[in-house]
Ligand binder design. Structure first.
Ligand code: ATP
Length: 438
């Protein structure tokens, strides 16, 4: 049996190793066997750090979890039915503990029947051989690699291989996972696995999975490091039909995806007022760029998208063209006009407009759109006034809907550089309020 203790100490951070040893020692005291599993093991063998600690216990994971949470002063959330728990530690680690289990699927794509079992069964229920390895963390065997399915060999061959013939039928989300890992690591899906994948897609298997699970895997795929390769791969399989049959992946779309990547990297942090943009949403908007409003609504329902994400996707359909047209204009546009246009629009839509503009052949037009958006994000987004409604009240004006109109006007003038100080704001507000009151 191969022992990876040396590799662990070379690759993983010290505090994670201490944590693994603690879990191992605690498991010893209960007489349980404990294993680190999944992505951490795969990435370790690739020489990469992965700090998501997934532990499988041959024994009672919840009992162990409570003892561990006490020892680490952490908080625990447990699910007795599944024999799993998660512990969050004070220094920011999250550990998932699961009782080793066996899964059987009675119907394709249905939820499996779960029975507590051994590490061997637990590894057999996993998606791919490269994700089906474990490392013992008990004291006497710390670092022993458990690899029943030749996962290490597949890692060396750079190959994604399922564990058994029915894998994609049991759980079609694995199709998206295969493509995600393939493009992330630059691996290849093995020929037989590819055949099984095509067969499953041909049997319209996606329709049988819960919308939430498909959505979550699609999001993971689109926000992984190299979504473009994954999108291309899915397209070749005809595998994006489950999102919408009208999605057409052509060269223009691929160019747009490249442009998204570049814009996201350069401008994803330009505005310090907005939360970081969601890259997956930008890709999903790009995928649906030729679709109608009602086709996009169908996607929103099919993927059970959250309210906010839905709104962004539909906003792109309704606003992007008009906004681009205005920002394209060769005439001077006051900064406040750009502000009014872009302020209510989500960061993702703004960046996508930029990504699209970057593809326009006429450089002058593209530069106009891009520079106006950049200026808005870096300079004007989040501009606030030094005065408020209270100042208007203390001038003797009665509060009401006019206050908003006045304060907005003051803000636009400030953005256009006409008001420099609080005094300027107050004077302008007083004049406006006087006019309105008068
Ligand atoms: P990542 O680096 O993207 O987090 P990961 O392999 O850690 O990759 P997770 O989604 O966190 O991915 O899953 C952890 C482990 O659980 C996987 O390595 C795999 O062994 C198993 N697993 C996850 N999803 C499935 C699935 N749909 N079918 C079978 N096993 C799965």
């Amino acid at each position: 049996m191969q022992n990876l203790a040396k590799k662990i100490s070379r690759v993983l951070p010290e505090d994670l190793i201490v944590l693994m040893e603690k879990i191992g020692a605690l498991s010893d005291s209960f007489g349980f066997r404990a294993f680190a599993v999944g992505g951490l093991v795969r990435d370790l063998l690739l020489g990469a750090v992965n700090i998501d600690l997934d532990v499988v216990i041959e024994g009672d994971a919840i009992k162990l979890g409570h003892a561990l949470a006490r020892e680490l002063n952490g908080t625990i959330v447990s699910h007795r039915r599944f024999g799993t728990c998660s512990i969050a530690t004070e220094d920011g680690f999250k550990i998932d503990l699961a009782t080793a289990r066996k899964e059987t699927y009675e119907k394709p794509a249905a939820l499996p029947i779960v029975k507590f079992s051994s590490i061997e069964d637990d590894l057999s229920r996993r998606d791919f051989t490269i994700n089906a390895m474990a490392i013992s963390i008990n004291r006497s065997s710390f670092g022993d690699l458990i690899d029943f399915h030749k996962g290490r060999m597949d890692l060396e061959r750079r190959s994604i291989r399922v564990m058994h013939e029915r894998s994609f039928l049991d759980d079609p989300t694995r199709i998206l996972r295969a493509v995600r890992f393939e493009s992330r690591f630059g691996f290849g899906i093995s020929r037989h696995t590819e055949k099984l994948m095509k067969d499953a897609i041909g049997r319209s298997i996606f329709g049988r999975v819960s919308r939430d699970r498909m959505r979550d895997e699609l999001i993971l795929m689109l926000q992984d490091r190299a979504p473009l390769a994954a999108i291309k791969r899915m397209a070749r399989f005809g595998g994006l039909k489950f999102v919408h049959p009208a999605i057409n992946i052509d060269r223009d779309l691929l160019k747009l995806c490249n442009s998204i990547d570049a814009v996201y990297t350069r401008c994803g942090r330009l505005s310090d007022r907005r939360r970081a943009p969601e890259k997956w949403l930008m890709y999903l908007m790009a995928l649906s760029r030729d679709l109608t409003y009602s086709q996009v609504s169908v996607i929103c329902n099919k993927l059970a998208l959250r309210k906010f994400d839905r709104a962004v996707l539909l906003l792109y359909k309704t606003r992007a063209r008009a906004v681009t047209k205005l920002l394209n204009s060769k005439r001077d546009i006051a900064p406040s006009r750009v502000y009014k246009l872009l302020e209510p629009i989500s960061y993702e839509v703004i960046l996508l407009i930029m990504a699209q503009a970057a593809l326009i052949n006429s450089n002058a037009k593209a530069t106009l759109v891009i520079s106006r958006i950049k200026e808005f994000l870096a300079k004007y987004d989040g501009t606030s006034l030094q005065i408020s409604g209270d100042d208007l009240k203390s001038m003797g004006f009665r509060s009401g809907p006019a206050f908003k109109v006045i304060l907005d006007k003051v803000l636009y003038n400030k953005i256009d550089g006409k008001l420099k100080s609080k005094k300027d704001e107050l004077e302008y507000a007083r004049a406006l309020a006087g006019n309105i009151a008068g």
